[in-house]
Write a protein that binds this ligand. Structure first.
Ligand SMILES: Cc1cc2nc3c(=O)[nH]c(=O)nc-3n(C[C@H](O)[C@H](O)[C@H](O)COP(=O)(O)OP(=O)(O)OC[C@H]3O[C@@H](n4cnc5c(N)ncnc54)[C@H](O)[C@@H]3O)c2cc1C
Length: 468
């Protein structure tokens, strides 16, 4: 059994620390001992951030700025191109100081296409300086990670394979032992290593090993598929400032298909929860729907990845906290997760740094829950709830999808939608317009249902059972 840091810092268990029962005296363990004996004031608590995507990099940069804490960030692939549409809201550019060079395209118009091919082009309500940013993840993630390293985070190019979690970690300060494969430049084979740390941020995405180690519980997930397609220059012109969103049971029974512009190509993709085995059929349909606009294109990359559907049952256990996709912070309806990943990483780190009081103490599970989780849920809980309802109402059948596209023709709907997406707040709502909108919604739904073609029936009992 590993010795307790609490015991050491209470000046009574130096002997316990060196007893035969102590399986491994990790750096951190020795550090707490050194501090209490006053022999080495440089030793600090160590925070490990597992994952160097937006959530991990934004957490690591905050921890690294607290010089009383040692910050280590593990990233398995330093040139990782996370499968992603790469769309970010305008507020992220300002809040996270993202330079123009990281934003490939500024989207100012969006085409919404209904199951019967009705097109509504939205964007008239945008101001000249407003846009949706389109990024390549390999560029954005590297930028955020490098910034965390500049602030002083130690970056290990390593795959975390498992974590030893002391049984009593919620009530003691015993360290966690991280097992990882470290990759050296020029060698594909990793070297097995371990590291003792005092606190872990799980920022390792939808297949999080930190979540598994802390028994965070499962979440349901969508599978999202994307092809990056290099289309001829004249066709690329159309997508210069334009993104497209297609709805219909042909492209997805419960989500939407998209064509998003990237640097010199487009990302064409779709996703589904309820019929995951048919994802390739839906991908073919979105390519067919985009049709001539992407004709002659060459597929340069094919990518797929899970997207979480909701929060994990447990997001904090002991001194282990989940952020970003690992926690389940993707919104329904839009499938947006980059901003929420960055925001949750930053928020968790800020709250934990405050609790650590200049690196003098470790926070408890209860303290992390009462600060980070409470603040995050208060800020974004309503957003997740509203988008969940919208997805259920508007993406569940072709009639509702027709109504959704028709509704988006309303300038009021466009204004509210863009404001809430770009700035993550609902602005300028007008009760009279809201009432009018309710009437229009009902009218559009009735019309949509009467005109729409019925959804194709599919049978997928095994996958459906997996839905939580
Ligand atoms: C096809 C698709 C399209 C999407 N489009 C959009 C979009 O347009 N806009 C949007 O906002 N969101 C989009 N999302 C969602 C978005 O990609 C995620 O919400 C976001 O990437 C979450 O960031 P993260 O940092 O939490 O996790 P990730 O981005 O998944 O980063 C996790 C990092 O951890 C590393 N890692 C994982 N395991 C380990 C390990 N064991 N050891 C060390 N390192 C590890 C990975 O290499 C990775 O760099 C899309 C998702 C998909 C699948």
């Amino acid at each position: 059994m590993k010795f307790s840091i609490i015991a050491v810092t209470s000046f009574v268990s130096v002997a316990t620390a060196f007893s035969p029962n102590s399986s491994f005296l990790g750096k951190t363990t020795v550090a707490r001992n050194a501090v209490s004996s006053g022999s080495n004031l440089d030793m600090k608590y160590k925070v490990a951030v597992v994952g160097g995507g937006p959530s991990g990099a934004c957490a690591a940069e905050i921890f690294a700025q607290e010089k009383g804490i040692d910050t280590v960030m593990f990233e398995r692939k330093l040139d990782n191109a996370k499968p992603c549409g790469g769309a970010i809201p305008l507020c992220m550019v300002g809040e996270f100081d993202i330079p123009e060079s990281v934003v490939d395209r500024k989207v100012r118009r969006m085409n919404l296409v209904s199951p019967t091919g009705v097109e509504v082009s939205i964007g008239d309500t945008l101001q000249p300086d407003e846009y949706i940013g389109m990024c390549r993840r390999e560029i954005m993630d590297k930028y955020l990670r490098d910034r965390a390293i500049e602030y002083g985070a130690q970056c290990i190019n390593g795959l975390v394979t498992s974590i030893d979690v002391p049984a009593d970690h919620a009530s003691t300060n015993n360290p966690y032992t991280i097992h990882y494969q470290e990759f050296q430049e020029g060698s594909a084979a990793g070297v097995a290593k371990t590291m003792d740390v005092d606190l872990i941020i799980g920022a390792d995405g939808a297949n999080s090993r930190v979540a598994k180690a802390m028994d965070a519980g499962q979440y349901n997930f969508a599978i999202a598929f994307q092809e990056r397609i290099k289309i001829p220059d004249d066709k690329m012109k159309f997508y210069e400032e334009m993104a497209e969103m297609y709805v219909g049971d042909d492209v997805s029974p419960d989500f939407y298909g998209w064509v998003f512009p990237k640097y010199d190509h487009v990302g064409v993709g779709t996703g589904t929860v309820v019929n995951r085995p048919a994802i390739k059929q839906y991908q073919k349909a979105i390519r067919d729907r985009a049709g001539d606009k992407i004709a002659g294109g060459k597929i340069i990359k094919v990518e797929a990845h899970p997207i979480p559907e909701h929060y994990r049952p447990r997001r904090v256990q002991g001194r282990m906290a989940l952020v970003g996709d690992a926690a389940g912070y993707v919104t329904k309806c839009s499938g947006e997760g980059i901003y929420f990943a960055a925001k949750s990483g930053r928020m968790a780190a800020e709250e934990i740094v405050k609790l650590m009081d200049g690196g003098k103490r470790l926070p408890t599970q209860e303290e992390i829950e009462k600060t980070y989780l409470k603040k995050y849920d208060k800020a974004y809980g309503p957003t997740y709830a509203v988008l969940d309802i919208l997805q259920k109402v508007f993406y569940s059948n072709n009639g509702a999808r027709e109504a959704f596209v028709e509704l988006c023709d309303s300038k009021y709907v466009q204004q509210v939608t863009f404001d809430s997406y770009l700035y993550k707040r609902v602005q300028g709502n007008n009760p009279l317009d809201d009432l009018k909108l309710l009437g229009e919604t009902i009218g559009c739904l009735i019309k949509g249902y009467s005109n729409a073609k019925p959804d194709a029936v599919f049978s997928n009992p095994v996958e459906s059972q997996k839905r939580l």
